[in-house]
Design a protein around this ligand. Structure first.
Ligand code: PLP
Length: 345
C-alpha cells in the first residue's frame, strides 16, 4: 500500500534527461544536486547519475556536500557553491569537498587552511555570487574549475545571455587548463558556444523545461500523487473548505485528497490548480488546507483509494507551477519531508 501522498521519482527518466543534456551540449554534464536534488533525494539521484557516467556534482551548502560524500563514497568530485565560509575549510577538506571560491576572503580562508582542489566563480552580470572579472585573482595552485552563471537562460531572446557568455570566455581565458563551466539547464539549449567544457544543469534533469514550460526534449521525472480519502455529493449553494472558498453553483461531487500545504501543495494552487484524476484534468476547489485539498470530480467515477496526480506525466510540472504562480524549482523543493520519496527504475 503506497502512502496517502507520495513523490515518485522515475530514475530512468532522470537518466534519459542526463543523456539528452549531454547530447545537446556535446560536453560532460556535471549535475547540480543541491537542495536534495531539488527535493527528489540527492543520494538516490546522484547514485543513478554516477551510474550513467557523471563524475562531478554541485551542491550549495557544505552540509549537503557532506551528506553526498557519505552517500557516494570517495570517487566523485563535489563542488560547494557557497564557497569557503569563515571557519569552514576544515569541514570541506575532511569531506573532500571543493569550494567554489566567490571572494578574496574565501580564497584566503581556503589557502590559509592548506588549500587544495577548488573552483572559482566569476560574476558576469548577475551580481549574486563570485568575483567581478576585474577583481578575479591570478591563477593559483589547486584551482581546477572556473564557472559563471546565467541570469536569463530561460529566455533565449534576452541579449544579456551573449554578453555574459563573452565576458565568461574572456575571464576564463586567464585560467588555462581549468575546466570551464557556464551553462545551467537553460544555457544548454542556447547553442554550442554556451557549452564550454562542462554543463551544470539542475532543473532539466528533474523534469522542468529549459524555458519554464513543458518541453518535448525533457521527460517528466517526479510525480506527486495523493489518495482520495472521501467522496461527497455537495448540494447546490453549499460551500467547500475554509472561508467558503468554493460555493457549488450546482450539485457537485467533491473528492477530498490526502495532500495539503504541509506536503508542499502551495495554497496558491487554488483557484487555478488542476489535478489529473480518472483520465481528466479537474480543478482544485476552495482553499488548500494543511493535510487535504478538494477536487471537483463531478461526473467522474472516482472512489476512495483512487489517486490524483498533482504533477507528473499527465499534469506537467511547469504547468502546475505556473498555475500556482511559481516555477518548477519552487514547486519541487516545496515538497516536504512528510511525503515519502518512492524510486522507480
Ligand atoms: C542552481 C544552479 C545551477 C542549476 O540551475 P538550473 O537552472 O536548475 O539548471 C547551476 N549553477 C548554479 C551556480 C546554480 O546556483
Amino acid at each position: 500500500m503506497p502512502a496517502p501522498a507520495t513523490l515518485t521519482v522515475d530514475l530512468n527518466a532522470l537518466a534519459a534527461n542526463f543523456h539528452t543534456l549531454e547530447a545537446a551540449g556535446g560536453v560532460a554534464v556535471h549535475p547540480v544536486v543541491k537542495a536534495d536534488s531539488y527535493g527528489l533525494g540527492a543520494a538516490a539521484c546522484a547514485a543513478r547519475l554516477m551510474a550513467e557516467g557523471a563524475r562531478t556534482f554541485f551542491v550549495a551548502r557544505t552540509s549537503e556536500g557532506e551528506r553526498l560524500r557519505a552517500a557516494l563514497g570517495a570517487a566523485p568530485a563535489i563542488y560547494v557553491l557557497d564557497g569557503c565560509l569563515t571557519g569552514r575549510a576544515a569541514r570541506l577538506r575532511s569531506a573532500d569537498l571543493r569550494p567554489v571560491l566567490n571572494t578574496g576572503a574565501q580564497q584566503s580562508e581556503w589557502q590559509a587552511a592548506g588549500g587544495g582542489p577548488c573552483g572559482l566563480q566569476i560574476d558576469t552580470g548577475m551580481n549574486r555570487l563570485g568575483f567581478r572579472p576585474e577583481d578575479a585573482p591570478e591563477p593559483f595552485a589547486g584551482l581546477d574549475l572556473v564557472l559563471s552563471h546565467l541570469a536569463c537562460a530561460d529566455d533565449p531572446a534576452e541579449p544579456m545571455n551573449a554578453r555574459q557568455r563573452d565576458a565568461f570566455a574572456a575571464a576564463a581565458g586567464h585560467y588555462p587548463g581549468t575546466v570551464r563551466s557556464f551553462a545551467n539547464s537553460g544555457g544548454v539549449f542556447l547553442g554550442p558556444d554556451y557549452a564550454f567544457d562542462a554543463l551544470r544543469p539542475g532543473v532539466c534533469l528533474y523534469g522542468g523545461g529549459p524555458e519554464g514550460r513543458p518541453d518535448d526534449r525533457i521527460r517528466p521525472v517526479a510525480t506527486l500523487a495523493a489518495e482520495v480519502l472521501q467522496v461527497r455529493e455537495v448540494p447546490a449553494g453549499e460551500s467547500v473548505g475554509y472561508s467558503r472558498g468554493f460555493i457549488a453553483s450546482r450539485p457537485a461531487r467533491i473528492a477530498t485528497c490526502a495532500t495539503g500545504y504541509a506536503d508542499g501543495v502551495l495554497r496558491s494552487y487554488s483557484p487555478r490548480g488542476l489535478v489529473f484524476v480518472a483520465g481528466e484534468m479537474r480543478p482544485i476547489v476552495g482553499r488548500v488546507s494543511m493535510d487535504v485539498c478538494a477536487v471537483d470530480v463531478s461526473g467522474l467515477e472516482v472512489t476512495v483509494g483512487d489517486r490524483v496526480e498533482l504533477f507528473g506525466a499527465n499534469r506537467m510540472l511547469d504547468d502546475a507551477a505556473n498555475a500556482a504562480g511559481t516555477i518548477a524549482y519552487e514547486l519541487l523543493t516545496s515538497v516536504t519531508a512528510r511525503v515519502p520519496r518512492v524510486y522507480a527504475g
